[in-house]
Design a protein around this ligand. Structure first.
Ligand code: FES
Ligand code: FE2
Length: 477
């Protein structure tokens, strides 16, 4: 630090006042300027991003969590203009493979052409509007509407009108091809945009986002889990849960011995994107010194890294290095671990794509979650989770909840729709988050709840609000 409090990167949040706890406390860890321990990235490959000050407001604008007008407004101002991550190029593995993408009230088709060329268009027949395709994934030479058999090419061009002679010429003089949307992919991740004038995808993601993902292997993946469920809350209520690690110690107590969310590094990026790096394998501060021997979660991490039980360290503090060594020294490693910093080999790199997607990166695979607006009800949302594995790996981190996955990549995995009350299929961790969702939604109608206040551990929520209120042109609280 320099004498005025800023370091050479201009990071300075030391001037801010923090609430005084009863005893002495080191405020440094949850400051935005906190960075991961130097051993995790000795070359400083991913420098900490500068601090951004989003103030101390109370989020009293509860209408954004239940108003139908706000819901319509955010569809127009945010979702119709943002790039949305919808899948991976391996989900449409060959020419004429397609995927259906439902977002809010809309439905789209993304079709693969020659090579890695992708086309996207609306999934509603131009005759009387029947949804053309109901299947989530498939392959076809043409799309045939089930209602009156109009036919469209895989580019969305109208190719056949059934009983054409029964239409007066003037009735079919309109442009009846399926309207296009933008589709681009970045290193295999497919994104769509309804705005034909939107900036290119890489500009939307921005250099900080792209740089922080560079080590991870994205190009060739296998989708091994794909689940959708309706959740009883506005999409932002659910979204905000996953923008902070403050809740981990209370909501996911099983992680206290083995996940240090308190010392997470939070990086705030342009366009509302962000990164949190959560230290896996180290205890939450309250548990330091209280953990005798290894907790079950440590044993899982060690087992997953292939450390034989006879070599397990006695102390919790030696677990991170043991896992790093196991990955670095592995004979015939399934993936090239030399691409990664030590920290990336063990930590959870948790990068968000504004507005509705959170990605969790580990060298072996990716856990992607979306909290999407419901087609019509502002007090519900559509939760989706997809897990992608890097080919060749034998196991993914257990929190990804994919036991006995088919890692062969031979079949296109269908999407599973789970019932409203089915908590078990979410896996133990997401189930705990999902339990909080209706409690939070109820508060948005209460006169007794005057709106959320946020710690610096929750700064990414303030960062999300900043972008949200700006795009909405809505008064920021
Ligand atoms: S609605 Fe599609 S052919 Fe009539
Ligand atoms: Fe959680």
């Amino acid at each position: 630090m320099t004498s005025d409090g800023a370091d050479k990167l201009g990071r300075d949040d030391s001037r801010w006042d923090y609430a005084e706890p009863n005893g002495d406390i080191d405020f440094t860890p949850f400051r935005q300027s906190n960075r991961l321990p130097i051993w995790a990235d000795p070359q400083d490959r991913y420098p900490k991003l500068p601090v951004r000050d989003y103030g101390t407001y109370r989020q009293h604008d509860q209408a954004i969590y239940h108003s139908p007008e706000v819901m319509r407004d955010e569809w127009e101002k945010i979702f119709k203009k943002s790039w949305m991550l919808v899948g991976h190029i391996t989900d449409v593995p060959r020419k004429n493979s397609f995927m259906k993408v439902d977002r809010g009230p809309e439905s789209f088709l993304v079709v693969r052409g020659d090579g890695e060329e992708l086309t996207g268009f609306y999934n509603f027949c131009s005759h009387r509007g029947a949804q053309l395709v109901k299947a989530d994934f498939g392959s076809t030479q043409k799309f045939v509407c089930p209602f009156h058999k109009w036919e469209f090419s895989t580019d969305g061009e109208l190719t056949k009108i059934q009983d054409r002679e029964s239409f007066r010429t003037g009735s079919i003089c309109y442009d009846l091809d399926l309207p296009k949307i933008r589709v681009e992919h970045w290193r295999g991740w497919i994104c769509i945009n309804m705005d034909m004038d939107a900036v290119p995808l890489v500009d939307f993601l921005g250099p900080d986002f792209i740089e922080r993902a560079e080590a991870y292997i994205f190009e060739d993946l296998i989708r091994i889990r794909d689940v959708e469920q309706e959740w009883p809350a506005n999409w932002k209520v659910a979204r905000e849960i996953f923008l902070e690690g403050y809740h981990v110690q209370a909501t996911h107590p099983q992680y206290n011995p083995a996940v240090n969310a308190y010392h997470a590094q939070h990086d705030l990026m342009d366009n509302g994107h962000g990164l949190s790096v959560f230290q896996f394998m180290s205890p939450n501060p309250e548990y330091v010194g209280k953990v005798e021997g290894l907790a079950e979660e440590h044993e899982i991490f060690l087992r997953e890294a292939g450390v034989p039980e006879s070599d397990w360290p006695a102390s919790v503090s030696d677990v991170p290095q043991a896992v790093i060594n196991a990955k670095r020294n592995r004979k015939d490693p399934p993936i090239d671990y030399s691409r990664f910093t030590d920290g990336q080999l063990i930590h959870d790199w948790n990068q968000s794509v504004f507005p509705a997607t959170e990605t969790f990166y580990h060298p072996e695979g990716y856990f992607i979650q979306h909290w999407l607006p419901h087609p019509s009800d502002p007090e519900k949302c559509i939760y989706q989770v997809q897990v992608y594995a890097v080919p060749g790996i034998s196991e993914l981190p257990s929190f990804m909840a994919v036991p006995n996955a088919d890692l062969s990549g031979r079949k296109t995995l269908p999407r599973t729709y789970i019932g409203f009350d089915d908590m078990e299929s979410l896996g133990p961790v997401i189930k705990q988050d999902r339990d909080m969702v209706p409690r939070l939604q109820r508060a948005t109608h209460s006169d007794g709840f005057r709106g959320g206040v946020f710690s610096e551990q929750e700064v990414r929520i303030r960062h999300f609000h900043d972008q949200y209120f700006r795009l909405m042109g809505r008064q920021h609280p």
